[in-house]
Write a protein that binds this ligand. Structure first.
Ligand code: NAD
Length: 420
């Protein structure tokens, strides 16, 4: 299994990043191995009847990296390229992120290899219900709590809540987070990740002496994370000059009207053809001059090929794992880019998921203002911890963030000891 996981590009990348942090911490070999490998790797087949009457079998995955610090927490993604290795890598990153933010969780991630864009709402509902049923022996508010990720949303979480609650015999809202408000979702959860991304970008601008109202940003991905990051940043006065998604990329040096673009995307299912901007090659867009470049779509898009050409002051990793280790080395050697690593940049999502879980367990609802204020307080503290660690230990922001997260997990594992 170790070899199978290491054969996957994304897992190898997460593993290389872990090794750098573990080397840095000089972790004891036995704790190091226990921290690195996932506790549970679950693969299930998910058969559903398509609208045409044909039965199709999909593969679904859930990886629970470790349960030493509490239940595992992490998203569920629907994407054609989902594999067990990718999910295992994402679960590992969730670990360090939860530990870095001080949340009482281990990392988890799940996915179904499918193309949600080509499926009807009914097919997606059946797929979600069947997957949740297959997962019943492995999930629960104290063991594994899922949330939306690429290709899934609040409705997906509502179906999961319904399946789990039906089997339990009573409503269990704490089984997932990112639910609709009427099902005891949290105020502020939908925009939490994008809001957190925008907040960390402005913290970086502050450190670099960049005025928000004179700054520009380019965003790859205009789904949940990208659109709310764009909306929040433009609310702070930042000009969004380039945005791309799966349908193409658009460019306007005077600034894209984000609210109008959201309306366009809701209607046209993509940014392509937006009247308030020109079309641009999506790869070229990434290397245009800007204050913040925000990859908010998928893994491994900042590579050794484009890392030398980047013209941004801040690289804000809204997606998980957008920068390859080779590109990381180039960025570190260049020394002119302020990197906000994914485990910090997009931690707003899991932090507000934690708030939602806490509210559900307490049967109490917080206001949006309370949620966002608490989120900003936690992000600010962690941002300062990471930048302070990097400065005092003369290391990169990524190594600093991972080292802080890995150390937390390693300490808990060492303290709990080996069983039996
Ligand atoms: P989403 O499905 O809502 O949106 C994904 C976006 O990426 C879409 O606009 C899609 O068109 C675009 N995209 C896909 N392929 C692309 C390509 N080749 N080029 C350009 N754009 C492309 O997903 P999301 O929830 O916004 O998640 C985006 C990233 O953020 C993922 O890496 C996810 O793991 C990460 N993330 C999400 C959350 C969350 O709360 N949703 C939290 C933490 C991290």
């Amino acid at each position: 299994m170790k070899n199978d996981l290491m054969a996957n590009d994304v897992f190898r990348m997460a593993s290389t990043q872990f090794d750098r942090a573990a080397d840095y911490l000089d972790l004891d070999e036995s704790v190091r191995e226990r921290c690195k490998w996932p506790k549970r790797l679950i693969t299930v087949t998910v058969p559903i009847q398509r609208d045409c009457g044909k039965t199709e079998v999909f593969f679904g995955y859930r990886v629970q990296h470790h349960l030493s610090r509490g239940p595992v927490k992490g998203g569920l993604r629907y994407n054609p390229n989902v594999t067990l290795g990718e999910v295992a890598a994402l679960a590992m990153w969730m670990n360090w992120k939860c530990a870095l933010m001080g949340l009482p969780y281990g990392g988890g991630k799940g996915g179904i290899a499918c193309d949600p864009r080509s499926m009807s709402p009914g097919e997606l509902e059946n797929l979600t219900r069947r997957f949740t049923t297959e997962m019943l022996p492995f999930i629960g508010p104290k063991t594994d709590v899922m949330a939306p990720d690429m290709g899934t949303n609040a409705q997906t979480m509502a179906w999961m809540t319904d399946v789990y609650s039906t089997y339990t015999g009573h409503l269990v809202p704490s089984i997932v987070t990112g639910k609709p408000l009427e099902l005891q979702g949290s105020a502020g959860r939908t925009q939490a990740t994008g809001h957190g991304v925008a907040f960390t970008v402005t913290r970086a601008f502050y450190k670099l002496g960049i005025d928000d109202s004179k700054a520009t940003a380019i965003i790859q991905g205009f789904g949940n994370v990208g659109s709310y990051a764009a909306l929040t940043l433009s609310g702070y006065g930042v000009k969004i000059t380039g945005i791309s998604d799966i349908t193409g990329a658009i460019w306007n040096p005077k600034g894209i009207d984000v609210e109008k673009l959201i309306t366009h995307v809701a209607k046209e299912k993509g940014v392509k053809g937006f009247p308030g901007a020109e079309a641009i090659d999506p790869d070229e867009m990434l290397t245009q001059p800007c204050d913040a470049l925000i990859p908010a779509a998928m893994e491994r898009v900042i590579t050794k090929e484009n890392a030398t050409k980047l013209q941004c002051r801040v690289l804000a990793e809204a997606a998980n794992g957008p920068t390859t280790p080779e590109a990381d080395t180039i960025i570190e050697e260049r020394g002119d880019i302020f990197l906000i690593p994914d485990v910090l940049c997009n931690a707003g999502g899991v932090t507000v998921s934690y708030f939602e879980w806490v509210q559900n367990l307490q049967h109490y609802q917080w206001t949006e203002q309370e949620v966002l204020t608490k989120l900003e307080t936690m992000l600010e503290k962690t941002f300062e911890n990471v930048t302070h660690f990097a400065k005092t230990h003369q290391t990169s922001h990524r190594v600093a963030a991972l080292a802080l997260g890995v150390k937390e997990v390693a300490t808990v594992k060492a303290t709990r000891g080996l069983f039996p």
